[in-house]
Design a protein around this ligand. Structure first.
Ligand code: T5A
Ligand code: NA
Length: 198
């Protein structure tokens, strides 16, 4: 049987990495985090995110994030075909939402283009947390996109891009005020209800 691909999306510092790690352990699966800053392209992305003086055009940034996913695609496909479950921390939807938030007039088809052909998740969680709570999270504000006004735009763009009304693989999960354990419980109950735990 093919492995399950479960994705966690959300705003910066919303608890994605924490939950992805816990779920990967529970499912005895592998964890993939994007951006993967350890690859050649990931190193450029890391410089862009952490060095405010390092400028790249919006288009270049968009294509680099996508290329970073393609760097890992063969490995991802191999694991899934061998029956290994994969939990992913950010993916295509982040790519589109952050680029769209920078320029809402951007052609969405163009934004989707470079990611066409990547494996599709069986389930995508979008974690929602209030801006007040995000502002209290460790490290908030250290990286390029961690500004309240921009994150509000990103949230709006995520909700536009995640077609929750027509795509049954999308789950928007309000985790505001929940502890790490309470959040896991909520996500796990959805995984079980969908029969994706085995
Ligand atoms: N990006 C990314 C694009 O523009 N395009 C793309 O295609 C992709 C893939 C970096 C940036 O790149 C952008 C989006 C980002 O701006 P990233 O490395 O995933 O992407 O950056 P972050 O989302 O900021 O990743 P973080 O690891 O910082 O945030 P997480 O994973 O959401 O949060 P996590 O789990 O590390 O938790 C943050 C803090 O909160 C605590 C944790 O202990 C930690 O200190 N915490 C909680 N505290 C209280 N209650 C809870 N329930 C908590 N859960 C976690
Ligand atoms: Na961040």
């Amino acid at each position: 049987m093919r492995g399950r691909l479960i994705l966690i999306e959300g705003l910066d510092r919303s608890g994605k990495s924490t939950q992805a790690e816990i779920l990967a352990n529970r499912l005895n699966g592998q964890l993939f985090k994007f951006p993967d800053r350890s690859t050649p392209i990931g190193e450029i992305i890391n410089k862009f995110l952490t060095d405010p003086t390092f400028e790249l055009s919006d288009e270049s940034v968009h294509l680099l994030f996508s290329a970073n996913r393609w760097e890992k695609a063969a490995q991802l496909n191999k694991l899934l075909s061998e029956g290994t479950h994969v939990i992913m921390d950010r993916y295509v939807y982040s790519g589109i939402a952050y680029s769209l938030a920078k320029d809402k007039s951007r052609d969405v088809e163009w934004l989707y283009g470079p990611d066409v052909g990547l494996p599709k998740p069986d389930l995508t969680f979008f974690l929602t947390v209030s801006m007040e709570e995000l502002g209290t999270r460790k490290g908030w504000g250290e990286e390029r996109y961690e500004k309240e006004q921009f994150q509000l735009k990103v949230k709006e763009c995520f909700l536009k891009v995640l077609r929750v009304d027509t795509d049954p693989t999308i789950e928007i999960v309000d985790v505001n005020g929940l502890s790490i354990d309470e959040t896991t419980l909520k996500l796990w109950s959805i995984i079980e209800a969908r029969g994706l735990e085995g």
